[in-house]
Design a protein around this ligand. Structure first.
Ligand SMILES: [Ca+2]
Length: 376
């Protein structure tokens, strides 16, 4: 009799254990349930703050969707910054894309609308002209700036957003999130470094609590894309970039223009992405993007994947295949500000060793992107 009762009890205990584990696993995998289980005990997902000048799809938008939709990544928030577009527009694009893929529980924070020294940004065109460079497209400077992100959303999408932003500054969000998740947060910095520089200046005590920083920025042993001497993220706020690379983070990985020239897509690849995605909003975004016109007309035959390479490395660090460690400084004055100086030995007491990605497996990165679009 006692043996029968004991067997029943064991069966019941095993059932309870499996039921609990199944329930917790489901909670971790299903984003719609995530808000109710923010401290999921079986989650081993990597925690990431995305700091970006978010555009539609390529390239920040794709990086955002890759990380937000990946089951191994926990995106703790998105902070925006002026770069490719004004920060208010970047919020609109971030929210639109998170809504499109059903990731509306990810917080979005409107970050810096101006670099640390706005006058340097606003005088770029004039300064480049002074040394004989005329560039047609000046990114945010060539775009309209809305007074609020909701106006930007209305202008772009002619509808009302279902999400809203957190009512705090990007630097405060970063500081609080790092302190609440010590040694766990990856800062994924794929725009100008303004928000990160403000955060580490305001609360330097967070620096040792940050797991690592992954940037897209800089041109090291190659020409920049917009101008020969530098890459745009670090042109837009060279002072912020200099502050960040001189900060004693545990690890800094930089995806620069050098590797970006090696990881590209062509028109056939782009058109195939339109075919493979069944997400109507994202499919239309790919068709509406200026890139569609450039590929269709043959004006360009390949396009760099910039921020997307950085996202791929966060998801799969084995893609860091050819990495060099160097010290760098960034010119913050003069018409060629944003230019990077590279050193093999420490040029000053505050310089930090950074890791620079020089090459990766381009085919694997492209396959990852196709898989993401096929499952949005
Ligand atoms: Ca970017």
């Amino acid at each position: 009799m006692r043996r029968v009762k004991f067997a029943v009890l064991v069966k019941y205990a095993v059932f309870l254990l499996f039921a609990t584990l199944s329930f917790l696993t489901l909670s971790c995998d299903d984003d719609s349930r995530q808000d109710n289980f923010t401290t999921c005990p079986v989650s081993t997902r990597a925690k990431v703050i995305i700091d970006a000048d978010v555009v539609e799809v390529f390239d920040d938008g794709v990086a955002l969707m890759m990380l937000a939709s990946n089951p191994t990544i926990d995106v703790l928030g998105v902070t925006t910054v002026t770069g490719n577009e004004w920060s208010s527009s970047c919020v609109a694009h971030a929210i639109r894309q998170l809504e499109a893929i059903g990731k509306t529980s990810i917080p979005v924070v409107e970050g810096a609308s101006r670099p640390l020294y706005p006058e340097k940004f606003f005088s770029l065109e004039e300064d480049w002209k002074s040394i004989g460079y005329v560039v047609d497209y000046m990114r945010a400077l060539s775009n309209e700036e809305d007074s609020t992100w909701t106006e930007a959303y209305k202008r772009f999408y002619n509808t009302t957003p279902t999400m809203t932003t957190l009512n705090k500054s990007a630097e405060d969000f970063i500081i609080e999130t790092v302190k609440n998740n010590p040694n766990e947060v990856t800062l994924f910095v794929i725009g100008p470094c303004t928000n990160i520089a403000k955060a580490v200046q305001k609360a330097p005590e967070i620096v040792p609590l940050i797991k690592n920083v992954v940037y897209m920025g800089g041109a090291f042993y190659c020409d920049g894309y917009d101008v020969p001497w530098a890459e745009f993220n670090w042109i837009a706020d060279p002072d912020a970039a200099q502050i960040c690379v001189n900060t004693a983070f545990k690890d800094q990985l930089i995806i620069g223009q050098d590797v970006s020239y090696k990881v590209t897509m062509d028109s056939a690849y782009y058109f195939n992405l339109i075919d493979v995605t069944s997400n109507a909003i994202i499919k239309q975004m790919l068709k509406d993007k200026y890139l569609f016109g450039l590929f269709s007309s043959g004006a360009v035959d390949k396009w760099c994947l910039w921020d997307v390479i950085a996202a791929a490395c966060v998801i799969d660090p084995t893609l860091e295949q050819d990495v060099i460690s160097r010290y760098i400084t960034i010119d913050t004055e003069g018409a060629k500000r944003g230019h990077v100086n590279v050193y093999e030995s420490k040029p000053s007491s505050d310089a930090q060793s950074v890791r620079i990605l020089m090459n990766t497996d381009a085919e694997r990165v492209r396959t990852m992107i196709t898989d993401v679009f096929a499952n949005l």
